[in-house]
Ligand binder design. Structure first.
Ligand code: ADP
Ligand code: MG
Length: 215
């Protein structure tokens, strides 16, 4: 393994909430351009792990390095990151498009045409005026995926991205994620559906009580 291809490197990561030890001395590496899946029961620590990689939660012990930089020390968040964690929060009174425009405006490097294109890619109507409050769970999930992909990040952290989608929706989003994989993205995917994981992932791990095992 060449060290320059190492993109995410967790060393001896522990995460505790009070006396509860959620992640136990966890070591986990991701190679650039590969897709990693985590399966595991509810409450096993998948989301906490993802939040630690994203810099949303500080680790109790150990180190998280993404793209060669220490998270929480050298940088607060990974530099080129797209993320969907659980059900994404949007401004409910605004349309999906307006939500993406606001998020894109925070960085200011996307055009209206880019937003139209990403809404098409996730299977949402770019001209839909309906507020997000009236979206189904599947539509919100699609919007969440649009938000994660729209700035073309190198690293994708996708927590239960198939939540709320019907069979057809799952197929569409799988195809879309396969296209991201083809583009060379580094992807971490958590799901409790083994089939989704097996289709997409180069490496599969099982989280069990805060310990990760290769499958
Ligand atoms: N902010 C928090 N404060 C306290 N406990 C938490 C917090 N976030 C998660 N936990 C606990 O950590 C454990 C793992 O949660 P989580 O990572 O969400 O599980 P999974 O995503 O595998 O279903 C659970 O017991 C949960 O209650
Ligand atoms: Mg979770």
């Amino acid at each position: 393994m060449k060290s320059d291809s190492l993109y995410v490197d967790l060393h001896h990561v522990r995460k505790c909430f009070g006396k509860d030890e959620i992640l136990k001395q966890l070591d986990f590496q991701m190679i650039r351009g590969q897709v990693y899946g985590i399966i595991g029961n509810n409450g096993s620590g998948k989301t906490v792990l993802m939040k630690c990689i994203c810099g949303f939660l500080p680790v109790t012990e150990g180190t998280v390095i993404v793209g060669g930089k220490y998270i929480g020390k050298e940088i607060d968040f990974p530099e080129s990151l797209g993320v969907i964690i659980e059900t994404p929060g949007f401004l409910a009174s605004l349309s999906g498009r307006r939500n993406l425009e606001i998020l894109a405006g925070l960085r200011g490097n996307l055009t209206g045409a880019d937003i139209t294109a990403i809404l098409h890619r996730v299977g949402l109507d770019p001209d839909l005026k309906k507020p997000v409050a009236k979206y189904s769970l599947g539509m919100r999930q699609r919007l969440g995926i649009a938000q994660a992909l729209m700035e073309n990040p190198e690293l994708l952290i996708l927590d239960e991205p198939f939540n709320g989608l019907d069979r057809h929706g799952v197929e569409e989003i799988r195809t879309l994620l396969l296209a991201e994989k083809e583009k060379g993205k580094t992807i971490l995917l958590a799901s409790h559906n083994t089939e989704d994981i097996q289709v997409l992932c180069d490496h599969v791990f099982e989280m069990d009580g805060g310990v990760m095992r290769k499958r």
